[in-house]
Design a protein. Structure first.
Length: 376
C-alpha cells in the first residue's frame, strides 16, 4: 500500500476513482448524503453516445467501453450496456447541422446519414413534415447506471476500502506531507485527496484554500410519460441542436428539454416551465400528443468553460487531485476517468486509447495558464 487516499463524493466519479485506487491505497470515501449517488449520478438519462462532447470526452468514452460491455465477473453479473441506437434529427432548416456533426465524428462510432423516410421507419411517431434528415449512431447503448455504480462499490469493498455516508467534509487542510479532513465529528488523515464533489467541487477546494477551477453547474430536467405501443425498438431521438431528446425506457418514455441553465450547487428540483417547453417541442416533432407527466426530476451537469473534465493534481497543491467537470458525460466516461486518476496518482500506465494529448486537455493546469503561456 502507498498510504491512505481520501475520496470526497460518492457519485459515479468518486466510486470509480476509489475503485481504481483501492488496489494501491488504503481508501476511504466520504459522502455527505445518507445514500450514495443521490445527486447527479442518480438523475441521468443513462445513455452511451460516442459522438458527443469535446475530443477528450470522446476518447474517454471509447476507453470506457471495454469495462461497460464486459465488466469483471465478480463486480457485475451482466453487461452494463444494452443496445439503444441514437438518432439525431433535423428539421428541413437544420440539415446543415447534420453535415457539421458528421465532420466532427472523428474516431467515434460510425454515424449514418438518413433520409426522412428511413428515419421514420426507425421511429414511426415522428411527424413526416417535421423531418429534414437524420444521423444514426447504431452503436449507442443504454447504461445500467445503478449496476455500474454498484460494481465500483463492490470493487472498493473487495480491496478493503471504506465507504461512509452522512459524512460531509466540513473542513480540509494540508498537513506536513498529507491532508486532514473533518467530517461529522471525525477527523480523517490521508496522504492524498480526490475531490469528486460534482457541483460542489470548487467549494470543497475552497475549504483548503485551493483556487477554484470555475465550475458552473447547469440544470437539466427529465420526465417520464407513457409510451405508445410499437416503439420498442426505436432509437433515442435527439434534436440536432439539443433542444430536446427522448428515449424509450421500459413502458415509459424519458423526455428532456435539454436545458442548460446555470445554478448554484443544490438539490435541484424541476420547474413546470421547463417541462412545458419540452412537451411543446416533442409534440411538434411527434404524434405522441403528451398531456400528462408521470414523474420528473432535475440534476446538475457541471462544466468548466472548455467543456472538458478537470482531472489531475492541483497546481501548487501536491496531493490534492481534481476529478470534476464531467458535464453531461460523467456516466459514460467514469470507467476510464477512474483509471486515469489512478494512473496519474501512482505513475502507472494510462488506460488504452488515452494519450498525453487527452491528459493535457483535462489537466487542471490548463485552466491556470496565462493567455501567453497558452499560445505557442
Ligand atoms: C438529466 C441528466 C441527464 C444526463 N444524462 C447522461 C447520460 O446519458 N450519460 C452520461 O454519461 N451522463 C449523463 N449525465 C451526466 C452525469 O449524470 C454526470 O456527469 C455524473 O453523474 C457526475 O457524477 P459526479 O460523481 O461527478 O457527481 P454527483 O453524482 O453529483 O456526485 C457528487 C457527490 O459529492 C457529494 N459531496 C458534495 N460535497 C461534499 C462534501 N463536502 N463532503 C462529502 N460529499 C460531498 C455530493 O453529495 C454528491 O453525492 C446526465 C445528467 C443529467 C442531470
Amino acid at each position: 500500500m502507498n498510504g491512505r487516499a481520501l475520496v470526497i463524493g460518492g457519485g459515479i466519479a468518486g466510486v470509480s476513482a476509489a475503485y481504481a485506487l483501492a488496489p494501491h491505497f488504503d481508501v476511504i470515501l466520504l459522502e455527505r448524503e445518507s445514500t450514495l449517488a443521490y445527486h447527479t449520478t442518480g438523475r441521468s438519462a443513462a445513455q452511451y453516445i460516442e459522438n458527443y462532447g469535446v475530443p477528450a470526452v470522446r476518447a474517454l468514452t471509447r476507453a470506457s467501453h471495454g469495462f461497460l460491455s464486459d465488466p469483471p465477473d465478480d463486480l457485475a453479473d451482466h453487461p452494463l450496456l444494452s443496445p439503444c441506437a441514437v438518432m439525431m434529427i433535423a428539421r428541413p432548416d437544420q440539415t446543415q447541422q447534420l453535415e457539421a456533426a458528421l465532420i466532427a465524428e472523428g474516431g467515434g462510432a460510425e454515424m449514418k446519414r438518413l433520409e426522412p423516410k428511413d428515419a421514420l421507419e426507425l421511429c414511426p411517431i415522428l411527424r413526416p413534415e417535421y423531418l429534414g434528415g437524420a444521423l444514426l449512431e447504431e452503436d449507442g447503448a443504454d447504461i445500467d447506471v445503478a449496476a455500474l455504480h454498484q460494481a465500483f462499490v463492490r470493487g472498493i469493498r473487495k480491496h478493503g476500502g471504506e465507504i461512509r455516508t452522512d459524512a460531509g467534509v466540513s473542513s480540509l487542510e494540508a498537513t506536513t506531507g498529507g491532508w486532514r479532513a473533518a467530517s461529522s465529528g471525525d477527523v480523517v488523515e490521508a496522504d492524498l485527496v480526490i475531490n469528486a464533489g460534482g457541483a460542489w467541487g470548487d467549494q470543497i477546494a475552497g475549504l483548503a484554500g485551493i483556487p477554484p477551477v470555475g465550475l458552473v453547474p447547469k440544470r437539466r430536467t427529465a420526465f417520464m410519460v407513457t409510451a405508445p405501443a410499437g416503439l420498442e425498438d426505436s432509437p433515442m431521438i435527439v434534436d440536432i441542436d439539443e433542444q430536446f431528446y427522448f428515449k424509450r425506457d421500459g413502458q415509459q418514455i424519458l423526455c428532456s428539454p435539454a436545458e442548460e441553465v446555470p445554478s448554484e450547487p443544490c438539490d435541484a428540483r424541476p420547474r413546470e416551465i421547463d417541462i412545458a417547453i419540452a412537451i411543446d417541442r416533442i409534440n411538434d416533432a411527434t404524434t405522441l400528443g403528451i398531456r400528462s407527466v408521470k414523474s420528473s426530476w432535475t440534476g446538475l451537469r457541471t462544466f468548466v468553460a472548455d467543456q472538458a473534465p478537470v482531472v489531475g493534481e492541483a497546481p501548487d497543491h501536491p496531493g490534492f487531485f481534481w476529478l470534476v467537470g464531467q458535464g453531461g458525460t460523467g456516466i459514460q466516461t467514469a470507467a476510464s476517468l477512474g483509471s486515469v486518476m489512478a494512473a496519474l496518482v501512482t505513475g502507472t500506465r494510462l488506460p488504452e486509447g488515452i494519450g498525453p494529448e487527452v491528459i493535457d486537455d483535462i489537466s487542471p493546469h490548463r485552466l491556470f495558464r496565462t493567455p501567453r503561456e497558452a499560445t505557442p
